[in-house]
Design a protein. Structure first.
Length: 138
């Protein structure tokens, strides 16, 4: 079974506009950090660096504007694994200034890589966190 990755949030669904009143989700393919960094070179976010504590996902073709938007920050990026269970893989960090509604400067959504912070999470929530199955080891 192919893994399915979803970003979920209450963020804007149009610019201008307010947060949405219905929880939204978008199926987003994961891309390599190199591809993400290269895409940033010609955007207003060109000074940002994609580190190993981050990963990127999104659809940036001309017929799609899926990705995180204002109000989605802190929301989950989950994976439906082969066992049919959702696993949190990331947390929305930042993305396109225009939420990819405009064709120019489209870029991927950047997520915090949760697995890099599991020890901190365990230390601060007082328990063990189930380890990931190894996906997203770019």
């Amino acid at each position: 079974m192919k893994h399915i990755f979803l970003s979920k949030g209450w963020g804007k669904v149009e610019i201008p506009g307010g947060s949405h009143y219905v929880l939204q989700q978008a199926k987003l393919p994961v891309v390599s950090n190199n591809e993400c960094q290269n895409k940033l070179k010609n955007t207003p976010s060109s000074l940002m660096t994609i580190t190993n504590n981050m990963f990127c996902a999104g659809n940036i073709n001309t017929n799609n504007h899926s990705g995180a938007c204002y109000g989605d920050s802190g929301g989950p990026f989950v994976c439906l694994n082969a066992a049919g269970k959702f696993e949190v893989r990331g947390v929305v960090s930042w993305g396109s200034e225009t939420c990819n509604f405009q064709q120019e400067n489209k870029q991927y959504t950047v997520f915090t890589r949760v697995r890099n912070y599991l020890r901190w999470i365990e230390d601060n929530v007082g328990g063990k966190v189930r380890k990931f199955s190894g996906l997203l080891q770019q």
